[in-house]
Ligand binder design. Structure first.
Ligand code: ADP
Length: 538
C-alpha cells in the first residue's frame, strides 16, 4: 500500500514510508486483525508502560544513590567515633597526669570516667566496623584492657600516696599503651578515610553513569513513543487519504478505481463498502445511460409518430372541410327553398342537420388549427387590422345566438384604441372563441366584449354572467380537450380545443391570456397582445 498510497502534503512522512522499513511496519500494523479502538488502546497502553518502566528505572537510580549516601554517612560516623576515641584516650592520659600532680580522688574519677567513655566508643566502632577492621579493633581493645588495668594500678598507687611508683607505671606502661592505641586508631581512621574516598569516587562515577543511562533511556522512550505514534497514525491516515482520492474520482464520475488497503479494521471494511458503492454506482450509471439512450430512441419514434399524426389530422381535416362546406351550402339552399318548397315537418330535422354540421365543421377547423400548430406549420400573417372591426365581426356572427338565448350582448371599444398590427383573422378567431364560450355557458344575464389600450398593448376582455369555473379547474382549462364538466358540455356542445388554440394564437402574438371566474357569478377571459407585433415575435 505504502508505495502506491497517496502521501501528498506530508513529504517527510512520504519519504519515511517509502525509503525506510517504517512503510512495511505501517502495513503490518494495518494488517492486524483488530479494531481501530483496540489498536489505539494498545498503543496508548504501550506508551504508558514505557513511562512506567522509565519511572521505575529512575526510582532504582535514586535508591542506589541513597544507599551510597548511607554508606558514606556510616563511614563518616566511624571516622568521628575513632577521633572521639582518640580524644577520650588523650583525656584519660591527661587526667592521669593530673591525678599524679593533684593526688585527689576527683582526678582519679575523671580518669575512670574517660576510660568508660573510651570503652563505649570502642564498642560502637566495633559494631559498625567492616570485617577487615575487626582485627585492629580487637588489638585496640586488648591494649585498652591492659590500659584499664594500668589505670586501676595507678589509681591505687595514688590513693596509697606512692606517687613515684605511679609515675613510673604511667611512663613505662600507660604511655606506650597510649601510643600503641593512638597508632591503631590512626590506622582505623586512615582505613575509613580511604574507604570514604573510594566510596566518593564510586558514587561520582555511578551518578554520572545513572544520569547518562537515564538520559539515554528517556531519549529511547520518547523515540519509541514517536515511532509508535507515527506507525499507528499512518496506518489510519493512508486509507483515509486513499478514500479521499477515491471519492474525488467517484465524484467526477469515474467509477473504474478500486480501493486497495491492507487494513483489517474499520478502514478495511470502509474500503470494501466504498468499492461496493462504486461498483453499484457504475452499474446504475450504465443502466441509466442505457435507459437514456432507449428513451432518446423512443422520443425520436414518438416525435415521428406525433408528426405523422399531425400530418394525418391536418390532411384529413382539410379533406373533410371541403365536402362539409358543400353539405352545409346545400342545406342552406334547401332551407332557403331554392330547390322548391320544403314540407314543414322536414324543416326541423333539416335545421338539426345544419346545427350538427356546423358543429362538425367547427370541430374540423379546430383540429386542423391544432394539428397545424403541433406540426409547426401555423404561421401568423401580420398586417394592419382594426380592433373595432374584429369586435364588430364577432358581434355580427353571434348576435342571433345571443338573441335566441335572450341574452344582452354588448361590445365596447375604447376611443383611444388605434389600428393595430397583427394577424386580424386569428385575433378575430380568439375573440370569437371566448365570446362563443361566454354565450354557451350563460343562461341569462349578459355578455360583454371590451377592448382597451394599456400602453403599448391591447387588452381584449369577454365578460359573462354565466356558470363560472371552479377555482380548482382554472389552471387546467387552457389544456387540450379540457372541459370542466362533460355533462354541461354535452348540453352546450364543444370540443375542448377552443381555449388551447386561443392561448396559442395569443402567445404567438407575444401576448398572454388569463381568466377570473367565480362559480355562479360568471367569468371574465382577458388577453393582451402588443399593439404592434414585430416580425419574428415572439
Ligand atoms: P369547449 O369547446 O368545450 O368550449 P374550450 O377550450 O373553449 O372548449 O373550453 C374548455 C372548457 O372551459 C369548457 O368546456 C368549459 O368547461 C370551460 N369554459 C370556457 N369558457 C367558459 C365560460 N365563459 N364560462 C364557463 N366555463 C367556460
Amino acid at each position: 500500500m505504502t508505495d502506491a498510497a497517496p502521501v501528498a502534503g506530508s513529504p517527510f512522512g512520504g519519504f519515511l514510508l517509502r525509503r525506510t522499513p517504517l512503510g512495511r511496519l505501517v502495513t503490518q500494523v494495518a494488517r492486524l486483525r483488530a479494531s481501530v479502538h483496540q489498536k489505539l488502546l494498545a498503543a496508548f497502553l504501550l506508551i504508558t508502560l514505557l513511562f512506567i518502566v522509565m519511572g521505575t528505572l529512575s526510582l532504582q537510580s535514586l535508591a542506589q544513590i541513597s544507599r551510597q549516601n548511607v554508606l558514606m554517612h556510616e563511614a563518616h560516623e566511624r571516622v568521628d567515633w575513632s577521633l572521639q576515641a582518640e580524644k577520650t584516650f588523650a583525656l584519660q592520659m591527661n587526667f592521669t597526669a593530673m591525678a599524679l600532680l593533684r593526688r585527689d580522688e576527683a582526678s582519679i574519677e575523671h580518669i575512670l570516667r574517660e576510660n568508660n567513655r573510651f570503652s563505649e566508643t570502642l564498642s560502637q566502632i566495633e559494631q559498625a566496623a567492616p570485617p577487615e577492621e575487626r582485627g585492629i579493633i580487637q588489638r585496640i581493645r586488648a591494649a585498652q584492657d591492659r590500659a584499664v588495668d594500668t589505670v586501676a594500678d595507678i589509681a591505687n598507687l595514688v590513693r596509697d600516696d606512692r606517687i613515684d611508683a605511679a609515675r613510673v607505671l604511667q611512663l613505662q606502661t600507660q604511655y606506650p599503651l597510649y601510643q600503641e592505641i593512638q597508632g591503631l586508631i590512626d590506622q582505623v581512621v586512615a582505613a575509613e578515610r580511604a574507604r570514604m574516598d573510594a566510596l566518593r569516587l564510586a558514587m561520582e562515577s555511578e551518578n554520572r553513569h545513572a544520569a547518562r543511562s537515564l538520559a539515554l533511556r528517556g531519549f529511547g522512550a520518547v523515540l519509541l513513543a514517536v515511532l509508535l505514534g507515527f506507525v499507528i497514525s499512518w496506518s489510519f491516515i493512508l486509507p483515509v487519504r486513499q478514500a479521499h482520492d477515491f471519492l474525488g474520482q467517484v465524484a467526477k464520475g469515474d467509477f473504474s478505481g478500486r480501493m486497495t488497503v491492507p487494513n483489517r479494521d474499520e478502514f478495511g471494511e470502509l474500503a470494501a463498502r466504498m468499492n461496493q458503492m462504486s461498483a453499484e454506482l457504475a452499474r446504475l450509471y450504465e443502466h441509466q445511460r442505457q435507459s437514456a439512450a432507449e428513451l432518446q430512441a423512443l422520443n425520436h419514434k414518438l416525435e415521428a409518430a406525433s408528426r405523422a399524426k399531425s400530418e394525418f389530422l391536418a390532411n384529413m381535416s382539410h379533406e373533410l372541410r371541403t365536402p362539409m362546406n358543400a353539405i352545409l351550402g346545400f342545406l342552406e339552399m334547401m332551407l332557403d327553398e331554392i330547390y322548391g318548397d320544403v314540407p314543414e315537418h322536414f324543416k326541423e330535422p333539416l335545421r338539426d342537420v345544419q346545427t350538427n354540421g356546423k358543429h362538425l365543421l367547427r370541430l374540423i377547423n379546430d383540429v386542423l388549427d391544432l394539428s397545424k400548430i403541433e406540426a409547426g406549420r401555423m404561421e401568423l400573417s401580420l398586417a394592419e387590422y382594426s380592433p373595432r372591426d374584429v369586435v364588430d365581426t364577432v358581434r355580427a356572427s353571434l348576435q342571433s345566438l345571443a338573441a335566441e338565448k335572450g341574452l344582452e350582448f354588448a361590445t365596447s371599444v375604447a376611443a383611444d384604441v388605434p389600428a393595430a398590427l397583427g394577424d386580424g383573422k386569428r385575433i378575430t378567431q380568439c375573440v370569437m372563441n371566448l365570446a362563443g364560450n361566454a354565450l354557451k355557458f350563460t343562461k341569462d344575464g349578459r355578455v360583454d366584449i371590451l377592448v382597451e389600450r394599456d400602453g403599448e398593448s391591447l387588452i381584449y376582455r369577454v365578460r359573462d354572467t354565466g356558470l363560472g369555473i371552479p377555482q380548482a379547474q382554472l389552471g387546467h382549462i387552457f389544456e387540450e380537450f379540457r372541459q370542466v364538466d362533460a355533462t354541461i358540455t354535452r348540453e352546450y356542445g364543444g370540443t375542448g380545443l377552443g381555449l388551447t388554440i386561443t392561448k396559442t394564437f395569443v402567445e404567438m402574438h407575444g401576448g398572454r391570456i388569463w381568466v377570473e371566474s367565480e362559480p355562479g357569478r360568471g367569468s371574465t377571459f382577458s388577453f393582451s397582445v402588443p399593439l404592434r407585433v414585430r416580425e419574428g415575435q415572439p
